[in-house]
Design a protein around this ligand. Structure first.
Ligand code: MGD
Ligand code: MGD
Ligand code: MO
Length: 755
């Protein structure tokens, strides 16, 4: 539990600034890494150093500035902590005892130090040699009736080299079961954008922020989750660029921000207003807002004005008439009701967009995690097409990814629905026939565990069982497995909710040196804007018994596939060889990988829409209208509230750094519900009332979370928010976007119940 009494006090200062500087110092001190941590900070995101293990926002690694932020420092401090989880620790606590501890407590115990195996006789994890651990994995995998009975999860901190080999190992083993953290995150980007613009990635690079004439930030909280992006926003505002922030929560950093690295501003207690237009949208109201903006544009065209880029539309797109028919069929009153935004403000947003000759739209989980998330993103893509906002400086679509290498892992083969062309390349390069049938994404892998058809789960990073929906049922499903393997830096819930056999395999972290028989190795990652850069750790590994992720993947493969066609041993020591194979499998984007990665800033992977080239079946960019105004199935219940599960300022996904959420004014508590005053009054709730939330669902399962504190917060009527992962028990597994499989974590229909 949290130390100290819960406290809820609005945060009035700008985000960033001295608060961020103080928080950085505090976390370094708490993890007792002041000297080591500060030395490592100097190497983070600098040429020759390592990449921040936190978010995927690019760094301008050419500059001489220190490129880190408060939350990058937290991630690093927790990675370089002096605390250790040793064999004595596991001897002292049974798994049942550990299960009773909070996620925060588990995280605070420190870095894992040696491989451990679950011993059912004593309910303790006990030391195991690496050889025996790999032998156990091999035995379980070889014993399966069908390779599809194993699920191979990846979390996005894994570097390209390990992810690429993992994808080859799993395919040679015989399955495309690649549940991935991306399946819960930006999968709607990866699946929704290709039919529209031919690529499932962003089309913007960092330089574009210097040329944009308007920036929209929709469903994203950059001050907390991508703080380095704040530099771009601050600079844009100083140039007078309008910034439109669309969010049901008036996130502090979107309103006012002080750059902790701007010495003059820090010294004068100055700050920069960020959003010139704050759009207080209802949860799930973005489709209505975007359609309203488009409707305002079509009306002005009909009145004789030219607001669209007609040449671009004629030369590069298809489906414009269908879009117009759909948009003109929408009713203003309904768009206002569903979005919660007045017609006047919607028209003002349209005006900002019309006046700008180069617009960037950034977005995050507020758009992706809805039942029609992929289709919603196609409307964002369409809005940009109307003014030719692709392939010109300062314009484009900019999904802000989560994990530092989540985009890269996907690029190098972590994909449950691989293309035939890719599989042919794998066959030609490695000489085995990869399976052609599609595999499981995250939700399907949980379904397979529930059904008892899955037998083995291997997690290359992450905290699967805590990140997925329907916590209670996911725990039950996980416990049915024959073997669970957690390849990790830190102890987490996923190691405690385990199969009959279970292994914890500790790895060398991003900030640490990888020394092999062939000398010091580096890894590579791809950021949210498709820049591929090298990452070299500078610190000694947390323990002498850790292995690099690459070696773990190779040795799992060697154990599971005794007759493998792949020379796994040769990749363990020399990562340049892995990069050569990546170049062989992806010649179009990764040719000469080994040479190009030597550039201090790395290189940019080709993004065809930047050249106004469209890799779609018809060779055009496509308008793909989505009928109606709803991105989540409407619920016929007058007491229904839409719940968004969000991140606090002091967490990295399932890793809880503290119980505070400074910018939202919450201290010593995570079991809170942010709620509009009228919604509270209508339910007879006073500030601080203790409440229970219950999911409104049709499957007959009761999903409840008790012990929540309602706090009066400026939310739109009918919209509430609380923290992930504590509220994951409320999210039904079946509640996801069918195109991408992404759970609708931002709009769970719930009611307040008294029990
Ligand atoms: N420090 C830190 N950094 C991180 C992470 C972390 O946990 N901590 N996680 C990383 C990962 S994996 C990811 S994916 C990213 C996540 O980064 P974000 O996408 O910023 O993540 P969230 O906090 O889930 O929510 C985003 C915002 O969506 C808003 N929102 C909710 N529902 C709606 C809606 O219907 N419409 C609109 N317009 N907005 C809505 C919420 O109010 C919130 O401000 O950050 C990455 N970076
Ligand atoms: N309700 C709800 N659910 C959500 C979300 C939401 O907004 N709401 N967000 C979703 C999103 S966007 C995401 S990305 C997922 C996140 O899901 P995951 O990626 O599975 O979860 P993390 O919490 O990031 O994983 C943390 C663990 O990773 C391990 N780790 C850290 N660094 C390394 C490393 O360098 N190597 C290895 N091998 N392991 C490492 C540590 O042991 C740590 O405990 O959760 C999803 N779930
Ligand atoms: Mo994510």
């Amino acid at each position: 539990m949290a130390e100290g009494k819960p406290r809820y006090t609005p945060y009035k200062q700008p985000a960033g600034g001295w608060g961020a500087a103080a928080a950085t110092a505090k976390v370094l001190l708490e993890q007792s890494v002041v000297t080591k941590g500060s030395r490592a900070l100097l190497s983070m995101n600098q040429p020759g150093g390592f990449k921040c293990p936190s978010c995927a926002f690019p760094d301008a690694s050419c500059t001489k500035k220190l490129e880190f932020c408060e939350n990058g420092a937290k991630a690093l401090a927790h990675e370089t902590t002096k605390f250790r989880v040793t064999r004595d620790f596991f001897a002292a606590y049974s798994v049942t005892e550990l299960m009773a501890q909070s996620d925060y407590w588990l995280e605070m115990q420190g870095r894992l130090t040696e491989p451990m195996r679950y011993d059912a006789a004593t309910d303790h994890y006990v030391p195991v040699s690496w050889d025996d651990a790999f032998a156990l994995i091999g035995r379980h995998l070889r014993a399966l009736d069908d390779p599809g009975q194993a699920e191979f999860y990846t979390s996005g901190r894994t570097p390209n080299e390990a992810a690429f080999l993992y994808s080859i190992f799993v395919r040679e083993f015989g399955t495309n079961n690649f549940p991935d953290c991306s399946n819960m995150c930006h999968e709607p980007t990866s699946r929704g954008l290709p039919p529209a613009i031919g690529v499932g990635k962003g089309t913007v690079i960092l330089d574009d922020f210097d040329h944009a004439e308007a920036i929209f930030v929709i469903g994203q909280n950059p001050g907390t989750n991508a703080p380095r992006m704040m530099t771009c926003l601050v600079e844009a505002r100083r140039r007078g660029v309008p910034i439109v922030a669309v969010n049901p929560m008036p996130e502090r950093a979107l309103i006012r921000f002080t750059e902790p690295q701007d010495i003059a501003q820090m010294a004068t207690f100055g700050s920069t207003p960020i959003a010139s237009e704050f759009v207080h949208v209802k949860i799930g109201g973005d489709l209505a807002l975007i359609k309203g903006m488009m409707r305002a544009m079509f009306e002005r065209e009909a009145a004789g004005e030219t607001v669209f880029d007609h040449d671009f539309i004629a030369e590069h797109t298809e489906g414009f008439e269908e879009l117009r028919d759909d948009i003109m069929a929408q009713d203003w009153a309904e768009m206002v009701a569903v979005s919660g935004i007045s017609e006047e403000q919607i028209r003002r947003c349209a005006e900002i967009y019309i006046r700008s000759n180069a617009t960037i739209i950034c977005y995050g989980m507020g758009l992706t995690q809805h039942q029609l998330g992929s289709r919603l993103l196609q409307q964002v893509a369409a809005l940009l097409l109307l003014k030719g906002n692709y392939g010109k400086p300062g314009a484009g679509i900019s999904p802000i990814r989560g994990h530092s290498n989540v985009q890269g892992d996907r690029t190098v083969g972590i994909d449950e629905k691989p293309t035939e062309a890719y599989l042919d390349r794998v066959r030609d390069v490695f000489g085995f026939e990869p399976p052609r049938a599609h595999g499981h994404h995250t939700v399907e892998s949980v379904e397979a565990m529930m059904a008892g058809t899955a037998k083995v789960f291997i997690g290359l990073g992450g905290n699967f069982v805590r990140a997925v929906p329907d916590t209670d049922r996911a725990y039950d499903a996980m416990r049915k497995l024959d073997l669970t393997v957690g390849i990790a830096t830190k102890l987490n819930r996923g190691h405690l909710v385990h199969g009959k056999d279970a292994l914890i395999l500790p790895v060398i972290a991003r900030s640490e040196r990888i020394e092999t028989a062939a000398g010091e190795q580096f890894v590579t990652i791809e950021d949210s804007m498709s820049n591929v850069t090298a990452s070299r750790g500078v610190l000694d590994p947390a323990s002498a018994h850790l292995l690099p992720e690459v070696e773990i993947v190779c040795r799992m493969a060697m154990s599971a596939l005794p007759d493998s066609k792949v020379d796994w041993a040769s990749y363990i020591d020399d990562y340049a060889r892995i990069r050569d194979r990546i170049a062989d499998v992806y010649p179009a984007i990764y040719a000469d990988f080994g040479e190009r990665i030597k550039a201090p800033k790395g290189f940019h992977l080709d993004i065809a829409p930047r050249r106004r080239a469209w890799l779609t079946p018809n060779g055009k960019a496509n308008f793909l209208p989505l009928p109606g105004l709803h991105v989540d199935a409407p619920v016929d219940d007058p007491g229904m509230l839409r719940l968004a599960t969000v991140r606090s300022h002091d967490q990295f996904n399932t890793t809880i750094y503290s119980y505070n959420d400074r910018y939202r004014g919450v201290y010593n508590d995570r079991m809170v519900v942010f709620m509009n005053a009228e919604d509270m009054a209508a339910r007879g709730l006073a500030e601080g009332a203790n409440i229970t939330l219950e999911t409104i669902s049709t499957d007959g399962i009761v999903r409840r979370v008790e012990g929540l504190t309602a706090i009066d917060y400026p939310m739109p009527a009918g919209s509430i928010a609380g923290y992930y992962p504590e509220l994951n028990p409320l999210l039904p597994l079946a509640y996801y976007d069918p195109i991408s499989g992404c759970p609708a974590a931002k709009s769970i229909p719930v009611r307040v119940v008294s029990i």
